[in-house]
Design a protein. Structure first.
Length: 149
């Protein structure tokens, strides 16, 4: 592991401990050359996952896209960064537990909506309005009525 400060190639691990989610390891390292300390994280390498989009194009799975969508939906809502991270972790776990090499974006979208519905109803409606591409107010009202029942 190269030192991020001096690019020296010899560094030592001085402390290792599991991260809260138990799916990764946090390692404190020290550079043998400049003696500066830094942190690295080690995670399990997962099977590459392909997402099948609505237009049948395929692209590599990208966790950041899920995070960005949820962040937009939760903007100015009483939802903490930790809650968002946990939500994304739950969604990602469900996706990867499926063990398929390809998943539809519709499956991911429905998973996000199911989780958001429990977390924050306003964020759910915001996400649904973009995901379901509401064309007019009536479609939007129909979704609200479903949620209220």
């Amino acid at each position: 592991m190269k030192c991020p400060f001096c690019n020296h190639e010899n560094t030592r691990v001085i402390d290792s401990r599991p991260v809260e989610d138990k799916n990764s390891i946090r390692r404190r390292r020290v550079c043998d050359e400049c003696q500066k300390r830094f942190t690295t994280y080690e995670q399990i390498e997962t099977i590459p996952l392909i997402v099948r989009k609505k237009d049948n194009n395929r692209e590599a799975y990208n966790r950041k896209k899920i995070e960005d969508g949820i962040l937009r939906a939760c903007h100015k809502r009483p939802v903490s960064a930790a809650q968002i991270r946990d939500l994304v972790d739950e969604i990602e776990t469900e996706i990867f537990c499926n063990e398929d090499k390809e998943v539809g974006s519709d499956v991911i979208g429905e998973l996000i909506m199911d989780k958001l519905k429990d977390l924050d109803p306003v964020a759910y409606v915001r996400f649904a309005s973009v995901y379901r591409e509401f064309k007019d107010v009536n479609t939007f009202m129909d979704e609200l009525k479903k949620m209220l029942n």
